[in-house]
Design a protein around this ligand. Structure first.
Ligand code: SF4
Ligand code: FES
Length: 213
């Protein structure tokens, strides 16, 4: 017989005028290799169909299941309940717009960040859809491989105290966009982007930031 898990989950539906933010307790028997993905789906199916949370890939690829798990941002589908005590407290990621309960909209934040940083390949060449993509040297591709794998999960932003205090601070995910531009010869990083990258190097990257920064 598995442990009896006590989930304390943030509840609030901004679409419902009667909804008031509060924490709600749920109890569930732990099963072998149970992830938070499994646990939350069981809670929704067996106990409360109104529970709101996001999942898409269940494989640590899409980034949509990020939430604050016992005080630390993480991916729920990659988190096993056995690695936590019997009481598991779940909150939505801060900073991002709340959709409801544990689900947030990271898309608006990331689109604004890309627009502010202009972190895409800048070129004066006319776009020719018939042309092949510009090739990148293998050595450069290997160097930036990890950085290109950002899931846009938002964990590094949610964990960043400065991002909470300053809405104009873009944190590790933005640095992650600059780094390939800064390193890759085929890509022309504009000077402002490089300077911003250098200015924003911060200690919290060691904890939540992408590897290699
Ligand atoms: S850089 Fe930030 S947003 Fe991207 S995968 Fe890492 S923690 Fe998630
Ligand atoms: S569901 Fe896609 S990363 Fe967790």
């Amino acid at each position: 017989m598995g442990r009896k898990l006590h989930f304390e989950i943030f509840r609030y539906n901004p679409q419902d005028s009667m909804s008031v933010p509060h924490m709600q307790s749920f109890f569930l028997e732990e099963t072998d290799k149970m992830t938070l993905f499994i646990a939350l789906n069981r809670l929704r199916e067996e106990q409360d169909p109104s529970l709101i949370f996001d999942f898409c890939c269940r494989a640590g690829i899409c980034g949509s299941c990020a939430m604050v798990i016992n005080g630390r941002p993480g991916l729920a589908c990659q988190t096993q309940t056995k690695d936590h005590p019997e009481k598991i407290v779940l909150h939505p990621l801060p900073i991002f717009k709340l959709i409801g309960d544990l689900a947030v909209d990271t898309g608006v934040w990331f689109r604004e960040m890309y627009q502010k940083t202009e972190s895409w390949i800048h070129t004066n060449k006319a776009f020719d859809p018939a042309q092949e993509e510009e090739r990148m040297e293998n050595a450069v591709a290997e160097q930036i491989y990890e950085l290109e794998r950002c899931l846009e999960c938002g964990c590094c932003i949610a964990a960043c105290g400065t991002a909470r205090m300053r809405p104009d601070f873009m944190g590790a995910a933005a640095l992650n966009r600059y780094r390939p531009l800064y390193r890759g010869p085929p890509r022309r990083a504009d000077r402002t982007a490089v300077l911003r990258y250098r200015r924003q190097r911060l200690r919290h990257l060691r904890l939540y930031g992408p590897p290699g920064l």
